[in-house]
Write a protein that binds this ligand. Structure first.
Ligand SMILES: C[S@@+](CC[C@H](N)C(=O)[O-])C[C@H]1O[C@@H](n2cnc3c(N)ncnc32)[C@H](O)[C@@H]1O
Length: 322
C-alpha cells in the first residue's frame, strides 16, 4: 500500500487520540517492515541452537525463541524434523493469555485451528490429556494435519465441523476452548500482505457477526469452571472489544479473567481485561486477546467418545480422559 486510504486514516483516529501514535500506526501499515521470526520448540532443544536469539520479553515462555531479524528457521532441517513450529510473535502474545489458567486442562478444543499455531502452542503450554483441533474450511485441513503430524502433537483428534454442530454434539465437555477467530485480517498489511476491503464498514460488520456466532457456539462447549480464550489478529474494536462486550451480555456466566503478566499491554479501548499489541511497537503485526471463565458450578459433561470418533478425520492415540 502506497498512501493510507481514507478508511485507514479514519480507523487510526478511532484507535488512538494522539496524532503521533496515529502516524506511527499508519506508517507500520503503509510501509511494512519485517518482524523478527519466532519459533515454538516442540521437542527438546538441541544443545546448540542454530540461530541467534533476541532478548526474551518478560511474558515469553521458555519454549519460544524470537530470532534475529533475517533468520530463516523454516529452511533449516530441524524444521522438517518437527523440532519447532514457526509462529508470528503476535500469536505467541495472544496465546500467552492461556498462562492465566490455574486449573488442569484435560480437554482442549481449538475451534478455528488451521494452520495449527495456537494448537501447538497450547499443547506445549498446558499438556492437555486430549486436544481437539477443528477447522471448518476443508481446503485448510491439509496444512493443519501436516503441521500437527510434523510436530507430533498428541493425543489429538482433528475435526472439520461448523461450530454449531460442535455445540450440539459436545456440549459442556471442554476445560478450555480457544476461538482464534477469522477476522478482516487488517494486520496482514503490517506484514506486507494484502487484505482487500479490510477497513470497510460492511466487511468489519460481517466479520464481527461471524465472530459472535462462533463465540456463542463455542461457549456451549465450555465445561462448568472451564475457560474460553478469544483472540484475533485484527485492529477494529468491533471485532475485538465489542465482540467481547456482546458476549458477556449474552452469556453472563462467563466472567473476564485478569492476565497479570500482560497488564502492561492492557487495551486502552476498554476497562475490561483485554490485551493488545500494536504493529508500531515492533514485536509483531498486532493481536487482541481476552480470557473468560465459565462460573457455572458442576462437573464437565463426559465426552461422548462415539460422537467424537464419528466426526474425527484424524485421531492419534492417548490416555483416556476419564
Ligand atoms: C485466524 S485463523 C486461525 C489461525 C490458527 N488458530 C493458528 O494459530 O494457526 C482463523 C481460522 O478460522 C477459520 N474459519 C473461517 N470461517 C470460520 C467459521 N465460520 N467458523 C470457524 N472457523 C472459521 C479459517 O479457515 C481459519 O483457519
Amino acid at each position: 500500500m502506497e498512501n493510507p486510504s481514507k478508511l485507514l486514516l479514519k480507523l487510526s483516529r478511532r484507535l488512538f487520540e494522539d496524532s503521533t501514535v496515529q502516524e506511527k500506526f499508519i506508517e507500520a501499515l503503509v510501509h511494512p517492515q519485517p518482524f523478527a521470526p519466532c519459533i515454538v520448540w516442540c521437542r527438546e532443544k538441541p544443545d546448540t541452537i542454530p540461530f541467534a536469539v533476541e532478548t526474551p520479553t518478560s511474558w515469553q515462555p521458555k519454549f519460544v525463541d524470537r530470532l534475529l531479524l533475517g533468520s530463516k528457521p523454516g529452511q533449516h532441517p530441524l524444521h522438517e524434523q518437527g523440532y519447532y513450529y514457526c509462529l508470528d510473535f503476535s500469536s505467541v502474545f495472544a496465546a500467552s493469555s492461556l498462562f492465566a489458567i490455574s486449573s488442569p486442562v484435560h480437554l482442549l478444543f481449538d475451534i478455528c485451528a488451521s494452520p495449527g499455531g495456537k494448537t501447538i502452542f497450547s499443547w506445549k503450554a498446558l499438556s492437555p490429556k486430549l486436544i481437539i483441533a477443528n477447522e471448518v474450511i476443508g481446503k485448510r485441513l491439509g496444512m493443519l494435519i501436516s503441521n500437527l503430524k510434523r510436530c507430533r502433537v498428541s493425543p489429538l483428534n482433528v475435526l472439520n465441523k461448523d461450530s454449531s454442530i460442535l455445540a450440539q454434539q459436545l456440549p459442556r465437555t471442554s476445560n478450555l476452548v480457544i476461538v482464534d477467530a477469522p477476522c478482516t485480517g487488517q494486520s496482514l498489511l503490517a506484514k506486507g500482505d494484502k487484505a482487500p476491503g479490510c477497513f470497510h464498514e460492511a466487511a468489519i460488520n460481517k466479520s464481527a457477526n461471524r465472530q459472535k456466532r462462533i463465540i456463542a457456539n463455542s461457549a456451549q462447549i465450555v465445561a462448568p469452571q472451564g475457560y474460553l480464550a478469544y483472540m484475533t489478529c485484527t485492529y477494529s474494536p468491533e471485532e475485538n472489544e465489542r465482540v467481547c462486550e456482546w458476549f458477556m451480555k449474552k452469556f453472563p456466566q462467563f466472567q473476564p479473567v485478569q492476565i497479570p503478566h500482560l497488564a502492561a499491554l492492557q487495551s486502552h479501548l476498554t476497562n475490561m481485561p483485554c490485551y493488545r499489541i500494536w504493529p508500531q511497537e515492533r514485536l509483531g503485526a498486532g493481536a487482541f486477546t481476552m480470557l473468560f471463565q465459565n462460573t457455572e458450578e458442576g462437573e464437565a459433561d463426559r465426552l461422548k467418545e462415539d460422537a467424537l470418533e464419528n466426526m474425527s478425520i484424524l485421531c492419534t492415540p492417548g490416555d483416556n480422559l476419564v
